[in-house]
Design a protein around this ligand. Structure first.
Ligand code: HEM
Length: 346
């Protein structure tokens, strides 16, 4: 941990200097992290954003995460997913954390989120500690990004230099949440289209799907594969037989919708490249996992094979793609606000 802290301070400092330089020359991109958002242009985020205003921000996030993940290892996965579901809906702006109110229809009730998305109490605990240490300074959107990185690192995955400075939205989008977050039975074309909409390409799609190296999914998200994949009452033929038989016992034809199964059954709490090896063996849990290999797109098929062969390649690309995802349409400067309570607008 000491090494991690030294490493992160080193990155914070070097990045702070390079970003100060970049910001002093608007319009000139020195491209230290390729942080562009889909609308084009420079995202305006930089790793040293809290260097002066809240230098202990990352340590506070990590201290809460360490406890939460020690208590329940799955929490790391849940927090990683929370950042993904935030970023795909009007950008990484913590819109996912807003509760229903007079002006807000919460995204928590959307198809992809309802009875599914979790980790809100951990974000609340982090926010409470940060408000105590540095009032009205660290945004809920940055907390989600820091929690996603910390969760990855604490699960044995890669570290990345994380651009910060996102502000929080004053709106949420239930429609955006329903339409932009891919469904587990998506075709590969559909996945590619939804990722492209966010400025993410096939490499990002395959690498970020590797987030499924940790965590669980409910029976209802993979039941169709077991009993009626193509409307002919037959299972998905790409499912390996022994794995298929095991899944049927967790996920019966009727009922059991909330029973859970690991996305990477070989090492569900370890951030490694086993997810890709399992896909090669027909043991990917969701249709959206297996189609990366079988969906007739050479590029994604090739990437699954390469990530399965070369763990370092996957971990590096995951880190790069997480920075890209974290840069989706952030609110900066005078846009948005720093919420004092992540559940509601100020
Ligand atoms: C490519 C399109 C994707 C689809 C269709 C998809 C779908 C799903 C589904 C259906 C679940 C299970 C939810 C439930 O049972 O309640 C899940 C879990 C998860 N997803 Fe994805 N996902 C995708 C991409 C991603 C990305 C990009 C990340 C992060 C980088 C991610 C991280 C996770 C994690 C960590 C879990 C486990 C959460 C937990 O255990 O609480 N997913 N995903």
């Amino acid at each position: 941990m000491a090494f991690f802290k030294v490493l992160s301070s080193f990155f914070m400092l070097t990045a702070f200097h390079s970003s100060t330089f970049s910001l002093a020359h608007p319009g000139v991109d020195f491209g230290w992290d390729g942080s562009f958002h889909p609308g084009g242009g420079f995202s305006g985020l930089f790793p040293g954003f809290y260097q002066c205003s809240c230098p202990q921000a990352n340590d506070i996030v990590l201290s809460v995460l360490e406890k939460a993940i020690a208590k329940e290892p799955r929490m790391a996965a849940s927090l990683l997913r929370l950042h993904f579901h935030d970023c795909f809906v009007q950008g990484c702006d913590a819109s996912i954390l807003l509760d229903d109110s007079a002006s807000i229809v919460s995204e928590k009730g959307s198809g992809p989120n309802k009875n599914s998305i979790r980790g809100f109490e951990v974000i609340d605990e982090i926010k409470a500690k940060l408000e105590e240490a540095c009032p009205q300074t660290v945004s809920c959107a940055d907390i989600l990004a820091l929690a996603a990185r910390g969760s990855t690192v604490l699960s044995g995955g890669p570290f990345w230099e994380l651009p910060l400075g996102r502000r929080d939205s004053k709106t949420a989008s239930l429609t955006g949440s329903n339409n932009n977050i891919p469904a587990p039975n998506s075709t590969l074309q559909n996945l590619i289209t939804l990722f492209k909409r966010q400025g993410l390409d096939e490499v990002d799609l395959v690498a970020l799907s590797g987030g499924h190296t940790i965590g669980m999914a409910r029976c209802v998200t993979f039941k169709q594969r077991l009993y009626n994949q193509n409307g002919d009452n037959q299972p998905d033929e790409t499912l390996e037989k022994a794995y298929y038989n095991g899944l049927k016992s967790v996920c019966p034809k009727s009922g059991g919708d909330n029973n859970i199964s690991p996305l990477d059954f070989a090492s569900p709490a370890k951030f490694d490249n086993t997810y890709f090896k399992l896909i090669l063996w027909g043991r990917g849990l969701l249709t959206s996992d297996e189609v990366l290999l079988t969906g007739n797109v050479d590029k994604t098929e090739e990437l699954v094979r390469r990530f399965a062969e070369d763990e370092a390649l996957f971990l590096n690309q995951f880190a790069t793609s997480m920075v890209k995802m974290g840069n989706i349409s952030p609110l900066t400067a005078l846009n948005g606000e720093i919420r004092t309570n992540c559940h509601r607008i100020n």
